[in-house]
Design a protein around this ligand. Structure first.
Ligand SMILES: Cc1ncc(COP(=O)(O)O)c(C=O)c1O
Length: 439
């Protein structure tokens, strides 16, 4: 007899703490997924879904992309293994490709995840400035490390008390953070330049880190002048500006969102789409900061170390992905834009006929449908105005209809190059049915 989903979940709960291999993957209703290819994922009951979750966004070329998988298989077949001493043949090329592609990268280090890349960026910034404090954004997500695990999407009542220009009272989002870390973190709203100025003016801030587009609460874009304003403030107060491009990097442009914005951070981090689903992170930036990795003074030297840094399998995936993006840069991003625009026009037309407000926000292939009457400026705006209940009901009904948007309010969806016009049109037809049924 085959296992039911309920049995599969119960079995996992015995030995997997929390029941899923990353706490953020827990969803209701529970699903047991068994396969993914291109723009589709399948569950154990044989249901296929058009996938817009994309494993939290890395799959720019879709799941199981042949080019990338072939490159990985070739790397394994060629005897490439991680010797973990000295340097290895594939390291120069990947570093050169990254530095050439992204304006803010002069030197890099590779990691296995985005969280590690962020932790190193913060460490570098502290070493470079001799200061401890870091500023993070409400509604941003920069991985799981202690220094960035504060005020992750505060609830409506906390947000309602907040005034523009103010810092937030600190609220840890996980147990287990040493109390002493509280003294080193400040939380402000995205798109609130006055708050950034106030906190940086104290002169003790090592780093201000942000996703240049907030993409862990949908798609929240910078207001005109915001990123430029942060650049200027960081220059004025001697703070290291870090763009966390783990989600925006390579998805919107080969040079990252920084290339679109024309604002150059001091340090930046990448992950996800850089290796189309294989585990790789990148931290890099200005040469004089990265040079701290081999500073002759042990008191200033920054350690970036990892057994699996630059693992040949992940590098092979990143190389294949970057080669393709480079060779077909214009085609790739104009196709993603075209598919995104097709989705946007269809969804907007469907929801225009409803008697409740929605706003579709999109950056290229990344999109979010908010259940509120305007594009949000920041998390405060979302927490106060988005109809989360309707948002979640819509997502759950879409999943039952065969379209997978992550079932949590305001989560961002991603289109890949494996999606076709037919996939988009089928999504729109199913959306129309779902929305009509939901009322
Ligand atoms: C913007 C951003 N930074 C950092 C991370 C952490 O990356 P990882 O999950 O690879 O550690 C994420 C993951 O979602 C992210 O979205």
């Amino acid at each position: 007899m085959t296992e039911t989903v309920a049995e599969a979940v119960a079995r996992r709960r015995q030995y997997i703490a929390g029941g899923t291999m990353s706490i953020n993957r827990a969803i209701g209703p529970a699903k047991l997924f068994v396969r993914a290819k291109g723009a589709y994922i399948w569950d154990a009951e044989g249901n296929a879904y058009i996938d817009y979750h994309a494993g939290f966004a890395p799959y720019l070329f879709g799941h199981g992309d042949k080019d990338i998988d072939d490159a990985v298989i070739a790397a394994i077949g060629s005897g490439a293994s991680l010797i973990g001493a000295g340097t290895m043949p594939w390291e120069a090329e990947i570093a050169e490709m990254l530095v050439e592609a992204v304006p803010g990268l002069e030197q890099i280090q590779l990691t296995s995840t985005g969280s590690e890349a962020v932790s190193y960026a913060l460490r570098l910034a502290r070493a470079a400035t001799g200061r401890d404090t870091v500023v993070v954004m409400q509604g941003g997500y920069n991985g799981w490390s202690d220094y960035v695990s504060y005020n992750l999407m505060d609830p409506g009542d906390v947000v309602a008390d907040h005034r523009e220009g103010d810092e937030y009272p600190l609220r840890v989002t996980t147990a287990g953070i040493p109390k002493v870390i509280d003294t080193t973190v400040r939380v402000i709203e995205y798109n609130d330049l006055a708050a950034a100025e106030r906190v940086l003016a104290r002169g003790d801030v090592a780093a201000l880190i942000l996703e240049p587009v907030l993409q862990n609460v949908g798609v929240v874009k910078p207001l005109p002048g915001y990123l430029e304003g942060l650049r200027e403030l960081c220059d004025r107060y001697g703070t290291v500006l870090i763009f966390d491009e783990v989600k925006t990097g390579f998805r919107h442009a080969l040079g990252g969102y920084q290339a679109i914005a024309g604002v150059r951070p001091d340090l930046c981090t990448f992950g996800k789409a850089v290796a189309n689903g294989y585990p790789m992170g990148v931290v890099g930036g200005r040469r004089e900061i990265m040079a701290l990795c081999n500073d002759p003074d042990p008191g200033r030297r920054v350690i970036i170390a990892g057994t699996y840094n630059g693992h040949p399998v992940n590098v092979a995936a990143a190389r294949a992905s970057l080669l393709r993006l480079k060779a077909r840069e214009r085609d790739v991003y104009s196709e993603l834009e075209r598919l995104g625009a097709r989705m946007q026009a269809g969804i907007e037309a469907i929801f225009a006929r409803r008697n409740y407000p929605t706003t579709f926000v999109r950056q290229g292939s990344a999109f979010a449908l908010y259940f509120m009457d305007h594009a949000p400026r920041n998390w405060r705006d979302i927490a106060l105005h988005n109809d989360n209940e309707r948002d979640l009901a819509y997502r759950r009904a879409m999943i039952e209809a065969g379209v997978f948007h992550f079932p949590a309010a305001t989560k961002q969806s991603s289109i890949s190059l494996a999606h076709t016009d037919d996939d988009i049109d089928r999504t729109l037809a199913l959306t129309e049915d779902v929305v009509r049924t939901l009322g």
